[in-house]
Design a protein around this ligand. Sequence first.
Ligand code: 9D3
Length: 236
Amino acid sequence: MKFSILTLFPEMFEPIKHSIIDRASKQNLIDINLINIRDFSEDKHKHVDDTPYGGGAGMVIKPDVVYSAYKSIKDENAKVIYLSPKGKVLNQSKVKELSKENHLVLLCGHYEGIDQRVLDEIVDEEISIGDYVLTGGELPAMVLIDSVSRYVDGVLSEDSTKEESFSSNLLEYPQYTRPEVFNGKRVPDVLLSGNHQKIDDWRKEQSLKITYLKRPDLLNEEEKSLAKELLDQEKS
Ligand code: 9D3
């Protein structure tokens, strides 16, 4: 999977080159291609923005500079994603869908907007990472790269992505490790039993109860009534 990032702040991406992606990158599973939009300014002062037509505060990134930066990529099959607060909010099914692409171009805005004409010309999809205000699209682009990369073949162990798929709508069960007693609290007996069927059942029940208590919005009606039953059993 190739990610081409169009940004005015390429240095912000240094950290992800050294994270989960690092190993994958070395195996050429993930290729991160940083493009500094400013390099495509024809202006002698390397300006990339100008005042908005119609007036108002702030500046707007010029369409020609973004278009030249985009054209330098030369891949008609790449999907262009504009990270924007106006986009659809990213979720795990969108992440999985995007992981099937060969080449994603991630266009990041910063402070000011981008001239609408170049957006209409090159953008395939607009994506937000949630309803809070950030200063630019760079952190959202990194969130997208991190989440999508996990699904690229060979990046993660088969286990961690498989385990997710059959319990995808539930929160994780609690985990324990040594010592057997910590500050007077014992590890649940069932986990020491060696009975894997029982352990599995217990973990599924824990997941369902925790999800019901913390994120009931993730459950359907059937799951909710099953969770309620389990919690009622506990009380008596
Ligand atoms: C002029 C500022 N805004 C009016 C309130 C709109 C605005 C534009 C651009 C607000 C923030 C930004 C910068 N944010 C992003 O580019 C961005 C973002 C975000 O702020 N939240 C969640 N997801 C995303 S994806 C890109």
